[in-house]
Design a binder for this molecule. Structure first.
Ligand code: SF4
Length: 194
C-alpha cells in the first residue's frame, strides 16, 4: 500500500513542471513500477481546493451509484448538461458511460467542495479526483503511463531533491487497481442491462 500527502520532502525553487511530463509507468498485471529515472518529483497536497474549482471531473455509472448511496440524488451528482463522454480505449466494458460531475450554479467549482475547501464525498470521490494532479495513459491494456495532468494547474507537485516518484506511481497503481476491481464488481452485479 502506498501513501501520498504525508511527505516532509523539502521543495526547492526549481523550474515549473510542464504538463504531460512522464512520471513513469506501471504494469497492471505484475504490479511492477518503472519510475522515470531522469526526473525527481515530490508531491505534497496543500489543500487549496483549486483543482476542485477548475477541473471537469468525469464520473462513471459506478461512481454515481456510490455517491447516490450517500443520500445524494442523481440531479445533485450529474451536471444537467452532461453529455455521455467518449469511452477510454481500455475500459473493461464497452457499455460503461461517463458524465461530468456537477458544478455549483454559475460557477466552475464542484458542487461537493465545501466553503472550507473540504470534499463532502471524500471517501467516495471519483478516480479523477483521487489521482489528480496525475493522469493515466494506457500504452497497452496492462502497461500504463503516468503523467502530470494536462491542465498542469497544481503547483504542489514539484522537482525535488527527495524524490517520491516511486510513491506516486505506487499510489496511482493502487488507486487505479482498486477502481478497476470496483468496476468488475459493478458489471458482474448489473451486467449489460444498465
Ligand atoms: S468530488 Fe471532491 S475531490 Fe472531486 S472535485 Fe468535487 S470536491 Fe474536489
Amino acid at each position: 500500500m502506498y501513501y501520498l500527502y504525508k511527505s516532509n520532502a523539502v521543495h526547492k525553487e526549481l523550474p515549473v513542471i510542464e504538463a504531460g511530463l512522464i512520471v513513469g509507468e506501471f504494469d497492471l498485471g505484475t504490479k511492477e513500477i518503472f519510475p522515470n529515472e531522469s526526473i525527481s518529483l515530490s508531491f505534497v497536497c496543500s489543500n487549496t481546493g483549486q483543482c476542485c474549482s477548475v477541473l471537469q471531473i468525469p464520473i462513471s455509472d459506478k461512481d454515481i451509484l456510490k455517491i447516490e448511496a450517500q443520500d445524494y440524488t442523481l440531479d445533485q451528482i450529474v451536471g444537467i448538461q452532461s453529455p455521455v463522454l467518449k469511452l477510454p480505449k481500455y475500459e473493461i466494458s464497452g457499455i460503461e458511460k461517463y458524465y461530468w460531475l456537477k458544478k455549483k450554479a454559475f460557477s466552475k467549482t464542484c458542487r461537493f467542495l465545501s466553503d472550507d475547501n473540504r470534499c463532502e464525498i471524500y471517501e467516495f470521490r471519483p478516480l479523477g479526483c483521487r489521482i489528480f494532479p496525475f493522469s493515466i495513459k494506457h500504452l497497452t491494456s496492462e502497461r500504463v503511463q503516468i503523467r502530470i495532468h494536462p491542465t498542469n494547474i497544481c503547483k504542489s507537485v514539484k522537482y525535488s531533491e527527495e524524490p517520491q516518484n516511486e510513491e506516486i506511481l505506487g499510489y496511482v497503481l493502487d488507486t487505479y487497481s482498486k477502481d478497476l476491481e470496483e468496476k468488475v464488481a459493478y458489471f458482474s452485479k448489473f451486467g449489460d442491462e444498465i
